[in-house]
Design a protein around this ligand. Structure first.
Ligand code: NAD
Length: 475
């Protein structure tokens, strides 16, 4: 496969921006019928090109076909179908309930497309992290410029080739490039920027957006912990943690980053990890028969290899490496200031930290930057309540890992260090929508307004400020 990615020229970036801005102004993207048609086309793009989409990720990330179609192609089609089914209802103006004295005002919320949106996606899940935000933007009636990651050149080139074949090229465009091209597009005024990636670039994006008062969604990463309670099925906890970790060999924003396990059950947890590791990969993940991906580039390979080498813990599983590939490696006896605890690991390594009990684990998590997800394995209602009340995270997911992403009826997004804004389902539509309030006060109300005009008399004062004396509940 070709790995040479053609970057969009700086002049072309401006002309694409101008073209999409003109399209937005023309109102072409507003009718619901247009939006539905584009969403249908996006679903078709995914369905017709399943094989090419799988091939491109196999070339860039060595990701098994199974994972590409299971975690990206199919969910994108499902999200598009969901939006197709609901876009009319989402776009419908809302009539809120109002107080009786304002009943004649026609109080309404209109759902207005914000304008031309910029979506910047990362390398690890190049399709779903481009298209899930884009589905909401299309449903909202916004034209979109999509900037995929240059770190996955085959995927980025494929998106640039396919999009104009399926979607209206005057409203949707892919631009390709690295920091120079992205810096150029960040100089334009966007109606919304939806960024998924690391904290460092997220800060650059938010700073550029602030110059134009552009709202931003920052879907960042971080260290998502797993807390294992003594009151849980330890074997299942090990199996499901390992399952979460193996997705895209740990290059996943919601990958279990490290495990906190009470000392009393740590040996059993380690044994179960070893059992399931053997079950999933009878030889080693690096064996030709295992469909095991690779680190996206040598910089990330060296970074993760270095984190493992500098760790003071003991490698108890995996640890073998070959060119760009690292086996799923479990490191036991890790402490809070270990090399594996300095940054998001974002690779196939799982450090285990032993604690006295679940309270110490909760304290450990609460002292650190707010993660994107907090996972915990427990049967205890009391532990569940403690986790809800004493910790913070984008999401809290009990008793499973990766598959919690299927819950599209609840928001997905970071909090604190893991970003801001959230999406999924209708919330993605709302991200790209301005809720425009509307009132129309009829002339017939004039007699009721007599007391509001000057000159202000004592009598008018008493009548118009009566609200100040409304009784306030004692508790
Ligand atoms: P990244 O931040 O390096 O890159 C993201 C995007 O920013 C890419 O399109 C890239 O071209 C662009 N970019 C890079 N340098 C830039 C610069 N100087 N100026 C402007 N744009 C620039 O992220 P990545 O390495 O591709 O992805 C990994 C990160 O993304 C991890 O931190 C992970 O946790 C996070 N992530 C978060 C989510 C989520 O949903 N919250 C999902 C996936 C990945």
């Amino acid at each position: 496969m070709a790995t040479e990615l053609q970057y969009t020229s700086l002049d072309e970036l401006k002309s694409i921006y101008d073209r999409l801005s003109a399209t937005y102004k023309s109102g072409v993207t507003r009718p619901v019928a247009y939006r539905r048609k584009q969403l249908i086309q996006l679903a078709r793009l995914m369905q017709d090109n399943q094989n090419a989409l799988e091939e491109a990720q196999l070339a860039d990330l060595g990701k098994p076909r199974f994972e590409v179609s299971f975690a990206e192609v199919s969910p994108v089609i499902q999200s598009a179908l969901h939006a197709i089914e609901h876009v009319e209802e989402w776009a419908r103006p809302e009539k809120p309930e109002v107080e009786a004295w304002r009943s004649s005002w026609d109080t309404t919320v209109y759902k207005v497309p914000k304008g031309v949106a910029l979506i910047i996606s990362p390398y690890n899940y190049p399709y779903i992290l481009s298209f899930n935000p884009m589905i909401g933007a299309i449903a909202a009636g916004c034209p979109v410029v999509l900037k995929p990651s240059e770190a996955v050149p085959n995927c980025a080139a494929l998106l640039a080739k396919l999009l104009p074949k399926y979607l209206d090229p005057n409203a949707y465009a892919v631009v390709n490039g690295g920091p120079t091209e992205t810096t150029t597009v960040l100089g334009f005024r966007w109606a919304h920027i939806f960024f998924t990636g690391g904290i460092k670039v997220g800060q650059i994006v938010a700073t550029a957006a602030a110059k134009h008062i552009t709202p931003v969604t920052l879907e960042l990463g971080g260290k998502s912990p797993v807390i294992v309670d003594t009151d849980c099925d330890v074997d299942l906890a090990a199996k499901r943690t390992l399952y979460g970790k193996l997705q895209n060999i740990g290059q996943l924003c919601v990958s279990p980053d490290y495990v906190l396990v009470p000392r009393s059950i740590a040996p059993a947890f380690r044994e179960s990890l070893a059992k399931w590791h053997k079950d999933f990969w009878p030889e080693t993940p690096l064996h030709p028969s295992s469909q095991w991906g690779k680190m996206v580039n040598s910089a990330h390979y060296k970074r993760v290899k270095g984190l493992i080498e500098r760790s003071n813990g003991q490698v108890i599983l995996g640890g073998d490496v070959d060119e760009k590939r690292i086996s799923l490696t479990v490191v036991s006896g890790v402490s809070g200031n270990d090399s594996l605890m300095q940054e998001e690991n974002f690779g196939p390594v799982l450090p285990i930290i032993e604690v006295e009990n679940v309270d110490e684990a909760i304290e450990f998590v609460a002292e650190r930057p707010i993660p994107l997800v907090l996972y915990a394995f427990t049967r205890s209602e009391e532990t569940k309540q403690k986790l809800i009340e004493k910790t913070n995270s984008g999401r809290l997911a009990l008793n499973d890992t990766f598959t919690m992403l299927a819950a599209h009826e609840i928001p997905f997004g970071g909090h604190g260090h893991s970003g801001y804004g959230s999406y999924y389902g209708q919330e993605t539509f709302e991200t790209f929508t301005h809720r425009r309030g509307f009132t129309n006060v009829p002339p017939e109300m004039e007699p009721a307004f007599g007391l509001r005009y000057p000159p202000y008399t004592e009598e008018k004062y008493k009548a118009m400020t009566a609200g100040v004396h409304t009784p306030i509940p004692k508790k």
